[in-house]
Design a protein. Structure first.
Lengths: 116, 113
């Protein structure tokens, strides 16, 4: 069965310092992995996705993630945090039933706080 | 930029009442989804919908739940007889293709008293 585990429920960084949000996945075959972000009172927005092409995936707002099969990880990073990055981040794996649609399986979320 | 919208943003209802949550997907999208998040828990898949029928559904999506696309723009989730444990944030999503990016709405917070 597919699943994702987000290793930190809360991360706090200072503005201008690097961000690392950790995610490990479990999948019986090559997974499709995503990071979504949710700002207060907003919908879930896709940051980036991995679908078995390049292992280093670049997303919006300077975020990137690296797919490491040997470590079953898909950690999200950003070199320099901005105040506007404060939000909840979800690591997500897609489960296909072989039908028309994907079911997204969400991690528990990591709340990122950015201190001035 | 096109976006998924949901109404209402917050719905309060009495246990046993019927509720209808409404979503307007992005206009050229053909695949529609409902997810929910109980407070403090993970976002969970409920159902996906394509070509006027359910494609997949989870074990949560029992006979109390139904979905409908009543016209060319709306996509609704009906809970026939609400229970306390139905209190959650309900997210609608849509995608252009079945395996494509799912675009999410801001959610409807349902509170069952």
């Amino acid at each position: 069965a597919q699943s994702v585990t987000q290793l930190d429920s809360h991360v706090s960084v200072s503005e201008g310092t690097p961000v690392l949000l950790r995610c490990n996945y479990s999948s019986s075959y090559s997974p499709s992995l995503f990071w979504y972000v949710q700002h207060p009172n907003k919908g879930l927005q896709l940051l980036l996705k991995y679908t078995s092409a390049a292992t280093l995936v670049k997303g919006i707002n300077g975020f990137e993630a690296e797919f490491k099969k040997s470590e079953t990880s898909f950690h999200l990073t950003k070199p320099s945090a901005h105040m506007s990055d404060a939000a909840e981040y979800f690591c997500v794996v897609a489960k296909s039933y072989g039908g028309a649609t994907n079911k997204l399986i969400f991690g528990t979320g990591t709340l990122l706080a950015v201190q001035p | 930029e096109p976006e998924v919208t949901q109404t209402p943003s917050h719905q309060v209802t009495q246990m046993g009442q019927e509720v209808i949550l409404r979503c307007v997907p992005i206009s050229n999208h053909l695949y529609f989804y409902w997810y929910r998040q109980i407070l403090g828990q993970k976002v969970e898949f409920l159902v996906s919908f394509y070509n006027n029928e359910i494609s997949e559904k989870s074990e949560i999506f029992d006979d109390q739940f139904s979905v409908e696309r009543p016209d060319g723009s709306n996509f609704t989730l009906k809970i026939r007889s609400t229970k306390l444990e139905d209190s959650a944030m309900y997210f609608c999503a849509s995608s252009e293709v079945g395996y494509g990016e799912q675009f999410f709405g801001p959610g409807t917070r349902l509170t069952v008293l």
